[in-house]
Design a protein around this ligand. Structure first.
Ligand SMILES: [Zn+2]
Length: 455
């Protein structure tokens, strides 16, 4: 072993150590948060509608922390810094709430929002940078909105119509807001910018209020109240005694399709049919009847509904039914239609043209066609023995669509006639009354057309 050899070995060790140190340092820099190479992110839309009132929200994020940022608004009228900061305690996430600068009073028009961010990473000596530019469309005008005409009154459980005007360059949405959370939607009516909607006061709601709301993309909001005189209506309640033959017959048959009911007692099974199955069947009806057509209409010439000739009314709309078995209250439900009876297997006629949206079996409603008459008005015909129409058919006025029967939860042969406005059951009596339709619907729409024409 020579010195030379020992020397070169020593050199090799040093070189190796240096390499390890160098690679290690490099690896440290490469993987360390302090040297991360990821640019900050700026969460901001490429195009923003701004009402020049509410703060514009911009979200900044960075893994090593944000060191500095600037937010500048550029327009033909000038260039203003909305916000800038040098942060001593770098933050990984920062929400900017940019407010319109008092010194730059911009009217409707365009501007540019420029954002620059730098993180505190030691990479590249200056850190990682991010830059973003967004087009700002300044819209300080709220939608133009007013009620043109509406029904004078609405009854609890009943319907009304409203026509309104709504216009905005950047309109986002408009709807009718109610005190019970339901939103009604309108259909384009007669001329550009005008809309009509049927609205309903649900039977179980104590009071009613409705306002048209319009929102634009910049967040400007307009509201127009629909002035309606509220009419209270009395609804009856009735006590029904359940018979064992009914529980073991009709009810057991209806429950048979549901395995969870097989081990139930007669009363449990009745509750299932009257409550759970009813809710499922009604949900289908509500869903199918909540759609509003989008094509423009000029007229809504609805005729009074008389689905069954020479019929007797055997049960009312809105009755709160209490079911008793052996003297004990076992279940309850609201009757959401009108029951009509004449002869067995009597022909059911469509009193108004309509599109068939459903024609199938629907649990407690049995065989049930459902028609859409436009403007969100729908009718259902329950317990049919025979149905002559199918989904998608267009039916004409006075066309026979089905025959009465006792399918579903029905004791004798009768028709359950239901009317719905955007998914809400309403008083069929109103839509069977020529005078009511004339006063509350037809005349209001005619008055609206006259007002639109004279504008
Ligand atoms: Zn009924």
């Amino acid at each position: 072993m020579s010195y030379r050899n020992r020397g070169s070995k020593k050199g090799l060790y040093i070189t190796l150590l240096l390499v390890i140190l160098f690679v290690g340092a490099g690896y440290f820099i490469y993987t360390s948060d302090k040297f991360e190479r990821q640019a900050p992110t700026i969460e901001v839309a490429k195009q923003i509608y701004w009402n020049y009132k509410d703060p514009l929200t911009v979200q900044l994020r960075d893994n090593s922390g944000i060191k500095s940022y600037t937010a500048i608004l550029e327009s033909s009228k000038g260039r203003v810094t909305l916000d800038k900061a040098q942060l001593t305690n770098a933050q990984k996430s920062l929400t900017l709430k940019l407010l319109p600068p008092p010194q730059l009073d911009l009217a409707n028009g365009r501007a540019k929002l420029v954002i620059d961010v730098q993180d505190k990473s030691l990479w590249n000596f200056t850190g990682n940078k991010a830059h973003s530019e967004s087009i700002i469309i300044i819209d300080r005008k709220k939608p133009e909105l007013f009620v043109v005409a509406n029904s004078y009154a609405i009854a609890r459980g009943g319907s009304a119509v409203v026509v309104f005007y709504c216009k905005d360059d950047n309109l986002k949405e408009f709807y009718i807001k109610t005190n019970f959370g339901k939103k009604f939607y309108a259909e384009p009516f007669y001329k550009k910018g005008y809309y009509a909607a049927l609205i309903a006061w649900p039977l179980q709601q104590k009071w009613f209020r409705a306002d048209v709301i319009a929102l634009d993309k910049a967040g400007n909001r307009a509201k127009a109240h629909i002035p309606l005189y509220l009419k209270e209506r009395a609804y009856k309640s009735s006590n029904i005694k359940l018979k064992k033959s009914f529980l073991e017959g009709k009810v057991a048959d209806l429950a048979a399709d549901y395995p969870e009911t097989h081990d139930m007692s007669d009363i449990q099974r009745f509750r299932f049919v009257n409550e759970k199955l009813r809710a499922m069947n009604e949900k289908l009806i509500h869903t199918l009847s909540s759609k509003v057509p989008t094509e423009r209409i000029a007229r809504f010439a609805i005729h009074p509904f008389h689905p069954l000739k020479n019929a007797a009314r055997v049960a009312n709309f809105g009755t709160h039914r209490y079911y008793f078995y052996e003297g004990r209250l076992v279940s309850e439900a609201y009757h959401m239609g009108l029951d009509l009876a004449s002869v067995r297997h009597a022909p059911i006629k469509a009193s108004n043209p309509g599109k068939v949206v459903f024609a199938d079996y629907n649990g407690i409603y049995g065989y049930m066609p459902m028609l859409s008459h436009g403007l969100g008005l729908y009718t259902i015909y329950g317990h049919c023995s025979q149905v002559f129409v199918k989904k998608g058919d267009e039916v004409g006025r006075n066309e026979t669509i089905a025959k009465t029967g006792n399918t579903g939860l029905a004791l004798g042969d009768h028709l359950h006639f239901g009317v719905l406005v955007q998914g809400i059951e309403v008083r069929p009596q109103e839509w069977m009354d020529r005078h009511w339709i004339q006063t509350n619907i037809t005349n209001v729409l005619a008055q609206a057309r006259r007002m639109i024409d004279t504008k």
